[in-house]
Design a binder for this molecule. Structure first.
Ligand code: FES
Length: 132
């Protein structure tokens, strides 16, 4: 069975088939696709399918928090925030704290922005069914 949480109709673990009418807004669904955990949720008017593993150091994004009508996702481990439509890294909430701690010793310290992105996955919707 390809499902870990939520509802899926496909028994093939290498594919997902999910009726989009069952995907509620504001909720993150977790599934398994080809042996890897993935998440599905609404971001405004589009569905987002992405790896469940945070690109920082592997936090479980299914336990994260959706913000901005699902257009942003915050990781539960260190609070990194990602743009769910592009995958882009948006914010590290710890950066201000780190900056304040280091300014006395390293007044010119400016942490580099992470280059990693949320891993977005392709899908198609046919007859109300999301397939990946
Ligand atoms: S593991 Fe996600 S922010 Fe660190």
């Amino acid at each position: 069975m390809s499902i870990l949480q939520g509802e899926a109709v496909a028994d093939n673990p290498s594919t997902l088939e999910i009726p989009i009418s069952r995907v509620r807004r504001g909720r993150i669904y977790r599934y398994e696709l080809a042996g890897r955990p993935v998440i599905l949720f609404w971001a405004a008017d589009q569905l987002v399918l992405a790896s469940e593993i945070c690109p920082h150091i592997g936090g479980p994004l299914s336990e994260g928090r959706l913000e901005d009508d699902g257009c942003a996702l915050r990781c539960p481990w260190h609070g990194y925030k990602y743009d769910t439509r592009t995958g882009a890294f948006l914010e590290n909430p710890n950066e201000r704290f780190i900056q304040q701690r280091l300014t006395t010793t390293y007044s010119q310290y400016r942490p580099a922005q992470p280059r990693f992105k949320l891993h977005l996955l392709p899908y198609v919707i046919e007859d109300g069914i999301l397939r990946a």
